[in-house]
Write a protein that binds this ligand. Structure first.
Ligand code: SF4
Length: 397
C-alpha cells in the first residue's frame, strides 16, 4: 500500500498563523496568467518521472496546499481526472485479489468554506473525489478576522450544510487557543460543529511559527499566546465533547466516527510509503525521505522542458532521527508505539533501550499498555506529552 500527496501552493491570501508553503494566486496570475495550468502539467510530469519510487498500489490520494479549490473548476476537474487516471494506470501493474474493490480507497481534496457549493461538490465527485477536508477554524467572525481568514461564519455554515446534503465523506478543521477565544467560546465553536455530526474532525492548538504574521504580532505585543491553564481547559472540553458525541480520539488532533479515521493521514503515522508531488512536498519511500524545493518557477521549468527532471532532494536523516520520528508520531496516536515494529525495522540495541524506557514510564502511569502490547500516552496527557517523549527518544549516535 502507498499514498500520493499533491501540494497546490496557491492561496487567495495568507492566514496569519500559516507556515505552509503557499503564494498569493492573484499576484502570480498578474505576471504569469497560465501559471495554474503550467503547474498542474508539471505535477503530472513529476508523477510519471517518480512513480517508480513507490512499490505497491496507491490507495490514498490527498490534494492539499495551499488551497486546491482556488484552481478554476474546469482546470481543477481536468487535473484531478488526469491524476486519477495516472494512478489507476500505475495500480494496474498490481494484481487485485478476486472480488476486491478499486485500489483507491480515499481521494481527498482540501477546500476553504468560501469555495464550497453544491455545484463544485458534484463536479469533484464526478472525478472520483470521495472526501473533502474543510478549514472552518472557528465560527466566530472576530476570531477569524484576528488570524486573517477570508471566510466568515455564514460561509462555514453554508459549506457544512452543502457537504452534509451531498453525502460526501468529509472532515472539518477547528483551531483552539485563537486570540480572544475564551473556554466558553471554544465550547460553543465545538458544539456548532457537533450539530453537523461530521464523520471526522481535526482540532489544532494554535501555534506561533517563526516567520508568520501571528508570531510577528506576538513579538510586537499586539497579541499574546493563550496561557497553559486555559489551553488545558480547552483540551478537556475538546475530549469530553468529542467523547459525548461518539468520536474516537485516535491522534492528538484527530477525531473520527467509528471507521472514519483518515486513511491517508494515518498512513503517515505508521510509516506507509507515500510520494509527495509539487513544491515543498515531502515523500517517503519506506526508507528515505525526500523534499521538493519551494520555488514554483524553477519547479515548472525543470519538469516541462525537453528532458524533464525531478528536483526532490534526499533528506539526510540519520538512523536515530528515523527511530525518533517514529517514536514521536506513534506516541501521538491512540495505537501507540510498537516495540516489535522497532525491533523488526531497526533491530537491537535500539529496541531494548526503548523498551526499558517505556516500561519505566508505564510504572508511574505516564504510559499505558494496549491490547497489541503497544505503549501509549493516556488521552488526558497527550497535550503535555513532550516531557514523556524526551524520556524515550534516543540520543544521536
Ligand atoms: S488558506 Fe490554508 S494554506 Fe492558505 S494561507 Fe490560509 S492556512 Fe495557509
Amino acid at each position: 500500500m502507498a499514498g500520493l500527496y499533491i501540494h497546490i501552493p496557491f492561496c487567495r491570501s495568507k492566514c496569519a498563523y500559516c507556515d505552509f508553503f503557499s503564494l498569493s494566486i492573484s499576484s502570480l496570475l498578474k505576471t504569469r496568467p497560465g501559471i495554474i495550468d503550467d503547474y498542474c502539467h508539471a505535477v503530472e510530469n513529476e508523477f510519471i518521472l517518480r512513480k517508480a519510487e513507490l512499490i505497491g498500489p496507491i490507495e490514498t490520494i490527498y490534494i492539499g496546499g495551499g488551497t486546491p479549490t482556488v484552481i478554476p473548476v474546469k482546470s481543477l476537474t481536468r487535473f484531478l481526472s488526469g491524476i486519477k487516471e495516472a494512478v489507476e494506470a500505475h495500480n494496474a501493474n498490481y494484481r487485485k485479489q478476486e472480488g476486491a474493490d478499486d485500489y483507491i480507497k480515499e481521494f481527498t481534496v482540501e477546500a476553504n468554506p468560501e469555495d464550497i457549493s453544491h455545484g463544485l461538490l458534484g463536479r469533484l465527485q464526478e472525478t472520483g473525489v470521495n472526501r473533502i477536508s474543510i478549514g472552518i477554524q472557528s465560527f466566530d467572525d472576530c476570531q477569524l478576522k484576528a488570524v486573517r481568514r477570508r471566510h466568515n461564519s455564514i460561509a462555514s455554515i453554508e459549506a457544512l450544510t452543502a457537504l452534509r446534503d451531498s453525502g460526501i465523506n468529509y472532515s472539518a478543521d477547528l483551531i483552539y487557543g485563537l486570540p480572544g477565544q475564551s473556554t466558553g467560546s471554544w465550547e460553543s465553536q465545538l458544539n456548532i460543529l457537533m450539530g453537523f455530526e461530521p464523520p471526522h474532525f481535526s482540532a489544532y492548538l494554535l501555534s506561533f511559527e517563526p516567520g508568520t504574521q501571528l508570531n510577528f504580532m506576538k513579538e510586537k505585543g499586539s497579541i499574546s499566546e493563550t496561557d497553559d491553564t486555559t489551553v488545558n481547559a480547552m483540551y478537556k472540553i475538546l475530549t469530553s465533547t468529542a467523547g459525548k458525541h461518539g468520536y474516537h480520539h485516535y491522534e492528538i488532533s484527530n477525531f473520527s466516527k467509528p471507521g472514519q479515521e483518515a486513511k491517508h493521514n494515518s498512513s503517515y503515522w505508521d510509516l506507509t510509503p507515500y510520494l509527495g508531488l509539487g513544491c515543498g512536498a515531502h515523500s517517503f519511500d519506506g526508507n528515505i525521505r525526500r523534499i521538493n524545493p519551494n520555488n514554483v518557477a524553477k519547479y515548472i521549468a525543470s519538469l516541462t522542458r525537453d528532458c524533464p527532471e525531478p528536483l526532490a532532494a534526499i533528506d539526510a536523516e540519520t538512523r536515530i532521527n528515523k527511530i525518533n520520528d517514529y517514536i514521536i508520531t506513534s506516541l501521538r496516536t491512540s495505537r501507540g508505539i510498537s516495540t516489535s515494529f522497532i525491533r523488526e525495522k531497526w533491530g537491537e540495541p535500539a529496541a531494548s533501550i526503548i523498551l526499558q524506557n517505556l516500561q519505566r514510564l508505564s510504572v508511574n502511569g505516564q504510559l499505558i499498555t494496549t491490547e497489541g502490547h503497544n505503549y501509549r500516552i493516556p488521552e488526558n496527557k497527550w497535550l503535555t506529552s513532550d516531557s514523556v517523549l524526551r524520556e524515550i527518544i534516543l540520543d544521536d549516535e
